[in-house]
Write a protein that binds this ligand. Structure first.
Ligand code: DC
Length: 408
């Protein structure tokens, strides 16, 4: 395991620690600061709220009226009515609310915590202060008791600066509180990102088989989009043409056995997707935001409907931000070129190391430098360098990460 040190480097990241199996999307309208109900707007903007509660000072930057804000909801159950368990639960819930929405502690404007009557050994807001949320207004209140309702429950509503639309906000219903919102309960998801030729699909297929969940190859969707656009006679480097033409794509995924088939209308194009032209078309069309918007929506729909392992370039941060397991696979360009040559040799095709490596570097550059969702290592992902690893070793490391999460 000489190369495995990097793989486990982030297994103890706050994200891994805060992983909770439940949260999902809401579909309400956009909440800009101007559109927020006056009550919240008042709380967020003026020091009166902080002063009245005596818990925090006014933040000058919170008076900027040009930023979007989102509200995020959370709920969790505590193990017992002790200070330690209340703060632990409040912290887990708050961290997950931030993590799911990529909100930093400095972006939080206010949090309102409530607790059921059976929790009175600590103020949950203390957990937020311990996390370094020092500028936001915090408030705790006891809930009314309703017969038959969830016991030892904490709830939170958090208001934060965020470039997201309100409809993109992710809410965190964790532990025993998941049953409060079964409509928001999220599926089990494993997100794998990395450059081309690094073995993402091999790992994803192995994990899908081992765990009996769906495998979703998002690269195949970009490849199909490239084929569609070429057939429409579109110049793939002309963003305006591409954005217009992509609106008419009818792309869908069908599962046959363990395999994913990609359909354009009624036509199964799966067997056309592995050619160098399809790869080139995919990488060009994947740089156009309108294409990404269409395909990300479809990928998220699949991720909400089935437990899945999904691989691509933007899966951890953008497509499945709620994924319980996030992995970034990497390997040197040389290792990737050697693997690609071996694949081609298996098909009886000769290839030249330098040109295979050049192709790989070109695609890397395009994927890493495009404006929309460039290939990046998501800070929450576990990084695995597979340059000197075999298939089984990579799979065992990934299964170790999955076990780590499921034991929580
Ligand atoms: O993984 P692949 O080689 O089949 O991907 C084909 C192209 O699509 C590649 O250039 C990157 C792009 N892609 C992307 O931008 N985002 C994804 N989620 C998946 C693939």
């Amino acid at each position: 395991m000489a190369f495995a040190q990097s793989a486990f480097g982030r297994a103890n990241s706050p994200a891994a620690q805060a992983l909770g199996p439940y949260a999902a999307r809401d579909a309400r309208g956009i909440a800009t600061r101007k559109e927020l109900p006056a009550f919240w707007r008042g709380l967020a903007r003026f020091s009166g709220f902080s002063a009245a509660l005596g818990c925090g000072r006014a933040n000058a930057s919170s008076a900027r009226a040009d930023l979007n804000m989102i509200t995020v909801r959370g709920a969790i159950t505590a193990r017992s009515n002790t200070r330690e368990d209340i703060l632990l639960a409040a912290r887990e819930m708050t961290e997950e609310m931030l993590r799911l929405n990529s909100v930093g502690t400095a972006d939080v404007r206010m949090i309102l915590y409530t607790a059921t009557k059976d929790l009175d050994a600590a103020y949950p807001a203390e957990a937020a202060r311990m996390m370094g949320i020092t500028e936001a207004s915090l408030m705790c209140a006891q809930e009314m008791h309703v017969a038959g309702s969830l016991q030892m429950a904490l709830r939170a509503t958090l208001l934060a600066d965020s470039p997201k639309l309100q409809s993109e906000a992710e809410h965190a219903y964790l532990g025993g509180a998941a049953k409060l919102r079964p409509d928001l309960a999220k599926r089990f998801a494993i997100a794998i990102d990395g450059p081309s030729g690094v073995g993402k699909s091999t790992l994803a297929k192995d994990l899908a088989k081992e765990l009996g969940i769906a495998y979703v190859d998002t690269g195949a969707m970009y490849r199909a989009a490239g084929i569609f656009l070429r057939r429409q006679g579109v110049d793939l480097l002309d963003k305006e043409q591409v954005s217009k033409a992509i609106q008419n794509i009818a792309i869908s995924i069908k599962r046959v056995g363990g395999d994913q088939r990609v359909l354009l209308g009624d036509e199964d194009v799966t067997d056309l997707l592995r050619s160098p032209e399809a790869a080139d078309g995919a990488s060009k069309s994947a740089a156009v935001s309108a294409v990404r918007e269409k395909l990300v929506k479809l990928q998220q729909k699949i991720g909400r409907e089935a437990d899945a392992v999904m691989d691509g370039r933007d899966i951890c941060a953008k497509v499945l931000p709620w994924a319980q397991v996030k992995i970034y696979l990497d390997a040197s360009p040389e290792a990737r070129a050697r693997r690609r040559m071996a694949e081609l040799a298996e098909k009886g095709l000769e290839s030249d190391f330098d040109s295979v490596k050049r192709d790989i570097l070109e695609r890397d550059l395009r994927d890493k430098t495009r404006e929309d969702s460039p290939l990046e290592i998501c800070p929450e992902a576990s990084y695995i360098d597979t340059s000197c690893m075999g298939r089984e070793e990579v799979k065992e490391i990934a299964l170790g990460l999955i076990r780590h999460v499921s034991q929580k």
